[in-house]
Design a protein around this ligand. Sequence first.
Ligand code: PLP
Length: 448
Amino acid sequence: MTEQLIEKSKKYLWLPFTQMKDYNENPLIIESGKGIKVKDINGKEYYDGFSSVWLNVHGHRKKELDNAIKKQLDKIAHSTLLGMTNVPATELAEKLIAISPEKLTRVFYSDSGAEAMEIALKMAFQYWKNIGQPEKQKFISMRNGYHGDTIGAVSIGAIELFHHVYGPLMFESFKAPIPNVYRSLEEDPTQCRDECLQALERLLIDRHQEIAALSIESIVQGAGGMIVMPEGFLAGVRELCTKYQVLMIVDEVATGFGRTGKMFACEHEGVQPDIMAAGKGITGGYLPIAVTYTTEEIYEAFYDDYQTQKTFFHGHSYTGNQLGCAVALENIRLFEAEKIVEQVAQKAEELREVLDDLQTLAHVGDIRQLGFMCGIELVQSKETKEPYPVEKRVGYQVSLKMRELGMLTRPMGDVIVFMPPLVSTKTELEEMVTIMKEAINVITNGEL
Ligand code: PLP
């Protein structure tokens, strides 16, 4: 039975972000999950060390979330949001607005983080057209940024490995530098931050008349290697966007819903975005719901008689899906009842101490963390910060070793990603870090 299933997976599937030759050499089929562990078809258990790609909040098979879906299923699974709404989508909208930065007063649903960002881009573009400034058509985005895999999201992304193939398909966006303290010469966060803000201001001085919006991940660049921006950078970007009349699109897809120890990471700096995208943890990691938030000012620029052609012509078949919205509502209720955000903030301090132990390893160059969003950068030389040759695939080898030792995660190049479910206990966090330490040790000191 298990062999047959593995053969079928090799024969029929094409997996996302996966070289299928790698999969075929190391197949894995998950069958069930409970708490912060998942189990494969052979009965082997693994810690979900990356929250099933940065989604999971309360663990797997959380009774309340399971029940919310079952209860909704007894009413209806799905009906469209085109020209009408449904009960949980409406209730959820109110809740989402109550927990978000106060300037954000409207929500537009979609099914994935990439779509939420596509919607943000199209809204920003059309906003200027609708208010009579159609010359503002271009975007500024950050170097090393990631916003998803649809063409719009890729156009404002800047991760060479993922994006260069699609260059001819993309629209142009101006790239602004992002402060990477570890890779900077002086390793001075303030200097690094100020240089990047100055470069952004120069770009805005030259181009602001043609810029509709700037897009940026919120405090942490996730897929770019868990790069934590120095204090004050996001707030500085906000100031510049306001000064040069450019809309600020903040991408909270990875950082939102408690991941960094605040409900949304932009709260760390009191930043109020004009448009904000969220997804992933919104349903506790259960179902594909994403959301694009906007201010009332942007919403009103689209509100008029139909004949004025200001309508936002965008939507998806499953937009506002009832099952997804019902589980998202219960997820938010649990956030409040179980004080998840406060707990992450507190446990993150303990996690920092546990992670500190990895500093002793010969090839751990940098440990970056904000809340439960962590990246451990492996380098060939700690002194010179020289990376490993790409072809050695050290990060990938470490992740395979971790799998063998009972934990799943996916690296970003040679940055080991550690993003456990938000309910992980101190003991579970310690056990996961022990697995990580052993895997890094074996691979970087032994087999390579
Ligand atoms: N934006 C950020 C910051 C992300 O990290 C991701 C996914 O990792 C996305 C957008 C895309 O989200 P999705 O995979 O749901 O399309």
